[in-house]
Ligand binder design. Structure first.
Ligand code: 13P
Length: 248
């Protein structure tokens, strides 16, 4: 298997300083390897978007943000960043609905944020995933379905929406779902999109404790289109190691 067209999206969360831009050097070189068709996207904090865009200008790496406001353009919203502002910085993607932001964001608000991002022609990475308590109560499918259908409500064209399945209990814990559960849940997400006549070709990624040790096993799951990677993506050697190990 190759990693052609497989997404490797780095979610830096609240990490990184102005010096961090130098830690892209090796990844930029790696991205230029002839025949490498993996799609590499960095989502640093807002403060670093512009410098990451400049740094990756002559490479295939693209840059995104980790959230956006419900209003696509400008407005009296102290502390907020809009999709238009992300675009203005050169960002092409935005993560919406990450579990670390869901305390302040219900599915309705997430739906509005997705609309705002699509209005500005950004690509959206919609995160969905069950908490441990949901899993224990056998409510995973119920939660995923609700997050998908409410998050994507009234959206007709989902060609710019990528779904990232991130079980909350997997994030930062070192624990990943069993191969069987992951296959099952990704298939469920795909079928839910299909049944609701949403976009049937949506890319579906996995996120949660992806690392160089588990990537080979994760790559064996043939219905996964890529990975949303937190901690391991902030270290360029480890990030490259993950990408290298994803190729058999
Ligand atoms: P970790 O890879 O650190 O578990 O984080 C996953 C995540 O939340 C990516 O969005």
């Amino acid at each position: 298997m190759t990693n052609n067209n497989i997404y490797f999206i780095a979610n830096w969360k609240m990490f990184g300083s102005t010096k961090s831009v130098n830690s892209l050097n090796k990844v930029i070189s790696y991205s230029k390897i002839k025949k490498l068709k993996a799609k590499i996207i960095y989502c640093p904090p807002y403060t670093l978007i512009k410098s990451f865009v400049n740094k990756t200008k002559n490479s295939n790496i693209e840059i995104g943000a980790q959230d956006c406001h419900v209003q696509p353009k400008y407005g009296p919203f102290t502390g907020a960043i809009s999709s238009k502002m992300i675009k203005d910085l050169g960002g092409k993607f935005v993560i919406i609905g990450h579990s670390e932001t869901r305390l302040e964001n219900d599915n309705k608000k997430i739906n509005s944020k997705i609309k705002s991002a699509l209005d500005e022609k950004l690509n959206v990475i919609l995160c969905i995933g069950e908490k441990l308590i949901d899993k224990k109560k056998n409510k995973t499918k119920f939660v995923l379905r609700k997050q998908l259908l409410q998050g994507l409500k009234n959206l007709k064209n989902l060609s710019k929406v990528i779904i990232a399945y991130e079980p909350v209990w997997s994030i930062g814990t070192g624990i990943i779902p069993t191969e069987n559960d992951l296959k099952k849940n990704i298939r469920f997400i795909r079928n839910t999109l299909k049944i609701s006549k949403k976009f049937t070709k949506s890319k579906i990624l996995y996120g949660g404790s992806v690392n160089p040790k588990n990537i080979k096993n994760l790559m064996r799951i043939d219905n996964i289109d890529g990975f949303l990677i937190g901690g391991a993506s902030t270290n360029e050697k480890i990030f490259i190691d993950i990408m290298k190990k994803s190729i058999n």
